[in-house]
Structures are given as structure tokens and as C-alpha cells.
Design a protein around this ligand. Structure first.
Ligand SMILES: *[C@@H]1O[C@H](CO)[C@@H](O)[C@H](O)[C@H]1NC(C)=O
Ligand SMILES: *[C@@H]1O[C@H](CO)[C@@H](O)[C@H](O)[C@H]1NC(C)=O
Ligand SMILES: *[C@@H]1O[C@H](CO)[C@@H](O)[C@H](O)[C@H]1NC(C)=O
Ligand SMILES: *[C@@H]1O[C@H](CO)[C@@H](O)[C@H](O)[C@H]1NC(C)=O
Ligand SMILES: *[C@@H]1O[C@H](CO)[C@@H](O)[C@H](O)[C@H]1NC(C)=O
Ligand SMILES: *[C@@H]1O[C@H](CO)[C@@H](O)[C@H](O)[C@H]1NC(C)=O
Ligand SMILES: *[C@@H]1O[C@H](CO)[C@@H](O)[C@H](O)[C@H]1NC(C)=O
Ligand SMILES: *[C@@H]1O[C@H](CO)[C@@H](O)[C@H](O)[C@H]1NC(C)=O
Length: 387
């Protein structure tokens, strides 16, 4: 499964753009054969070029298919994700340097199933410090595996709120595939992060020429390129020939809650349980027994669970005061407050509104980290419902 490491730069050697060399356009001739960096800023970020008339963008790399390789150029499955570092990614797309000065920060180099809440916090802390805290930085890009990209995007949307764009991007085809999508996606992501038009829209997912709100974006297809969508809410904009166009002026999602995680060191465990016919209540009790501090149910339809599980949920909420959020297993839709069970007068049941289970899980984890009580948690989720 793990193919030999093939440099993405080799794949674009025939491209017409100028070869990537460290570029110092500030006047000094510092083409440096021992270091690819020509400028280090006060936060220790290393830039591969410094043209003071261009915007500055930091790329936070976590791995994923965009950094994945395979020995076969036709494999779009079974390849090893997270093999290439941030410098190699930028190396493959020298056109980026016509758009922005870029610095790279390697957070991790893993497939997205292995991205953790600790990495989420690390990214939020770093972005708030070196991007929000630096007037010379225009925005940030996060390169990420696609499988759980929507979770990281939602977390970053909730926790980075300085108005500067943070763009989350990935690829469906590994770097070694014929017609890999990573290089162009990365160029578009840096372009969007560098654009003043992208400010005050929350975090963004850029994929396959589309710009989607990170709050709503979800992976709708396990295999194909055109996979990040907000099916009901639509795209915020598009890129044609790498020029971003927004359909509407800046706006953030209706139910969005902003979090300050500067003092948060850990996100409590939240488990997701999937509803199905013949479901028994023991998966719920097992989750609680093993330390879950919150539960999200991917309910059938608008949050439905079997009557057996429903009464077990009420038992858990009453006995352990553990928040249980009812979300939906359907691809789209919402769980309104009026549609969730409330068979016990004591139990506070929380509807997820328009948030799918994986996004509800991130929100519940953040609320638990802030030590919110059941009523406060419910009030935040009600912001995403229509009743
Ligand atoms: C610096 O960037 C500006 C704006 O894109 C461009 O016009 C100029 O040619 C660049 N300078 C160099 C030396 O590349
Ligand atoms: C920059 O330095 C390199 C290596 O010493 C040299 O080949 C090149 O001509 C220099 N360029 C300029 C513009 O001085
Ligand atoms: C090249 O970069 C290395 C490492 O950053 C540095 O030690 C060295 O002084 C640089 N050389 C020149 C000519 O700038
Ligand atoms: C910048 O480069 C220096 C020297 O190579 C290295 O020690 C430092 O970790 C780099 N900074 C980042 C943020 O990667
Ligand atoms: C990019 O960073 C350089 C060096 O800090 C700074 O001079 C320049 O103004 C920045 N560009 C923008 C558009 O802020
Ligand atoms: C869990 O399900 C079992 C089997 O149906 C049932 O006997 C038990 O009472 C349920 N527990 C709760 C707390 O609802
Ligand atoms: C569920 O019960 C709680 C506590 O009595 C109450 O505040 C809430 O409005 C009820 N929700 C629904 C949907 O009936
Ligand atoms: C939750 O906290 C709020 C204050 O933010 C308080 O008014 C309310 O009584 C608390 N509810 C419970 C159930 O502790």
C-alpha cells in the first residue's frame, strides 16, 4: 500500500512556470543553496520569498491525500496519505509565489482519521498567535486529509475569529496520480486566503473551484473530486482562472458561536452513536462507562431513536447530567426542537438543528471545554434550529 516516496515537484517539472527557488525580491541577492528560506519574521515563520507588495499567508500542513503518494499513477485509493511536507507541496506549485509570500508550519503529517482535538487546539492557538496577532499576515491555509476535513474546518471556524480568512483545503487524488487535484486546490486556497474579499466570512473550504462555508461544508462523496458541498446552503463563491468571485457580501452562518480557546488545553470526550433498527441501549452505556462527557446521536430522520434507546437517553441525562445532542443520520436536513423526544420531564434533550453529527460533536466538545451546563448547551444548539 505504501508506495515509494515520489516528490510532487517531479510531477510538475514539465510545467511552464519558473522553477521554484528561494526568492528575495527585497533587494538583497540571497539565492541560498543551503536554505530555502529568505526571510524569517518575528514569530519565527520562514518565508520562501519576500516581496513586500504581496500578501503574506501561512500554510499549516497536517498531511492527508494532498501530501499522499503511491507507486502507481492511476491509484486513487489505497495510497499512503501524509507523505509530503509543506515545502514539497509549495515546491510543486511555484505559481503560489506570484500570489503571496508563504511560510509553512508543519502541524502533523497524518491521514485525517488521525487528526486529534489536541491538533485542533494547537492549530487554533498558532493561527490566533501568528496570523491574527500579526498585522502583516493576510490569512492562513490548512492542508488536510478530506475524510475528516469538515470537523477541523468547523473547529477552526468556531475558534479563529479575527476576520482574516482561514482556508481549509485537501485533495482527492494523491500527488502521484495523473491529474492530481492537490496542486490546483492549493493554489486556489492560497489565493482565497490572500484575498481581502475573503475577510469576515468565517473559515472557508476551497475545493474544486468552489468556496464553501466551513460551518456547513460536508464531504458528500467518498471518492470523487467534487465532494465538498453545503447542499442546502450552497457555495459562497467560485474561482475561475484562479480569480475568486463571491456571490454575496461577507456573512457568517446564522447559528455560529465564537469561542476563545486561548486558555483551553483539552477538549472533553464526545462520542457519536448511530441510530438503526434493533438498536440496543448498551452502546450508549458503554460510551458513558468509558468516559464520554457528551453524546451525539445520529438519529434516524429528524433525530429519531428506538423507544428503548430513547428511555435510556433520558436515564443517562437524568442520572449523569450528560448532554445528549440529537442529530440526523440523513445526508441533509435539520433536527428541530419540536421533533426530539422529551419523555421525561426532567431530561433536557438537545436538537442539533442543521448541524450534522460530526459537526455537533465538535460544538459539544467546545461547550463542554467551557464547562457550560445543560441549559446553556441547549441554548447554543437552538441557535441552529428553526424553532
Ligand atoms: C512583487 O509583487 C508585485 C505584485 O504582484 C509584482 O508586480 C512584482 O513584479 C513583484 N516583484 C518581483 C521582483 O517579483
Ligand atoms: C545572485 O547570486 C547568484 C549566486 O552567487 C549569482 O549567480 C547571480 O548572478 C546573482 N544575481 C544578482 C541579481 O545579483
Ligand atoms: C543560507 O541559509 C543558511 C541557513 O538559514 C544561513 O546560515 C546562511 O548564512 C545563508 N547564506 C546566505 C549566503 O545567505
Ligand atoms: C524556520 O527555520 C529555522 C531554521 O531552519 C527552524 O529552526 C525553525 O523551526 C523554522 N520555523 C518554523 C516555524 O518551521
Ligand atoms: C508582507 O510581509 C512583509 C514583511 O513583514 C511586509 O513588509 C509586507 O507589508 C507584508 N505584506 C502585506 C500585504 O501586508
Ligand atoms: C436497556 O435495554 C434493556 C434491554 O431492552 C432493558 O432491560 C433496560 O431496562 C434498558 N435500560 C434502560 C436504562 O433503559
Ligand atoms: C423538554 O423538557 C424540558 C424540561 O421540562 C423543557 O424545558 C423543554 O421545553 C422540553 N422540550 C420539548 C421539545 O418539549
Ligand atoms: C446554567 O447556567 C446559567 C447561567 O449561565 C444559570 O442561569 C442556570 O440556572 C444554570 N442551569 C443549571 C441547570 O444549572
Amino acid at each position: 500500500m505504501t508506495g515509494p516516496k515520489v516528490l510532487l515537484s517531479a510531477m510538475v517539472a514539465c510545467a511552464s512556470a519558473s522553477p521554484f527557488l528561494p526568492r528575495d525580491v527585497s533587494g538583497t541577492n540571497s539565492t541560498n543553496t543551503t536554505s530555502p528560506f529568505v526571510y524569517t519574521n518575528s514569530f519565527g515563520l520562514n518565508f520562501t520569498q519576500m516581496n513586500a507588495s504581496l500578501p503574506n499567508v501561512t500554510i499549516f500542513a497536517t498531511g492527508g491525500t494532498i501530501a499522499g503518494t503511491d507507486s502507481s499513477s492511476v491509484a486513487t485509493s489505497g495510497y499512503a496519505a501524509g507523505q509530503l511536507g509543506v515545502l514539497e507541496l509549495v515546491n510543486a506549485v511555484p505559481q503560489i509565489l506570484d500570489v503571496a509570500n508563504v511560510a509553512g508550519v508543519q502541524i502533523a503529517n497524518v491521514g485525517s482519521e488521525d487528526v486529534t482535538s489536541a491538533m485542533h487546539l494547537q492549530m487554533a492557538h498558532e493561527i490566533n498567535k501568528v496570523v491574527c496577532g500579526d498585522p502583516t499576515m493576510s490569512g492562513a491555509v490548512i492542508t488536510h486529509g478530506t475524510d475528516t476535513l469538515e470537523e477541523t474546518s468547523f473547529f477552526i471556524d468556531a475558534t479563529v475569529n479575527c476576520g482574516k480568512p482561514v482556508v481549509v483545503v485537501g485533495a482527492m487524488r494523491p500527488a502521484t496520480a495523473v491529474s492530481a487535484d492537490g496542486p490546483f486546490n492549493l493554489l486556489e486556497a492560497v489565493t482565497v486566503a490572500a484575498s481581502p474579499l475573503s475577510r469576515n466570512r468565517g473559515a472557508l473550504v476551497v475545493f474544486n473551484d468552489r468556496i464553501v462555508s466551513a460551518y456547513y461544508a460536508t464531504k458528500i462523496n467518498a471518492n470523487t473530486l467534487d465532494t465538498f458541498k453545503a447542499p442546502e446552503m450552497g457555495n459562497l463563491g467560485e474561482l475561475i482562472s484562479d480569480i475568486p468571485y463571491y456571490f454575496y457580501p461577507p456573512v457568517t452562518p446564522t447559528g455560529k458561536t465564537a469561542f476563545d480557546v486561548s486558555n483551553v488545553e483539552e477538549i472533553p470526550r464526545v462520542d457519536i452513536l448511530f441510530s438503526y433498527q434493533d438498536m440496543s441501549n448498551d452502546t450508549l452505556f458503554s460510551a458513558i462507562k468509558h468516559g464520554a462527557k457528551g453524546i451525539v446521536y445520529a438519529g434516524a430522520g429528524a433525530g429519531g431513536v428506538s423507544s428503548n434507546v430513547d428511555s435510556a437517553i433520558n436515564f443517562v441525562v437524568n442520572k449523569h447530567k450528560i448532554p445528549v445532542v440529537n442529530s440526523f443520520r440523513s445526508a441533509n436536513g435539520e433536527v428541530p426542537d419540536s421533533d426530539i423526544g422529551n419523555s421525561s420531564s426532567q431530561a433536557i434533550r438537545i436538537p442539533s438543528g442543521y448541524l450534522n453529527p460530526q459537526k455537533s460533536r465538535i460544538l459539544l466538545g467546545l461547550l463542554l471545554a467551557e464547562k457550560k451546563n445543560l441549559t446553556e448547551i441547549r441554548d447554543v444548539f437552538l441557535g441552529s434550529t428553526d424553532d
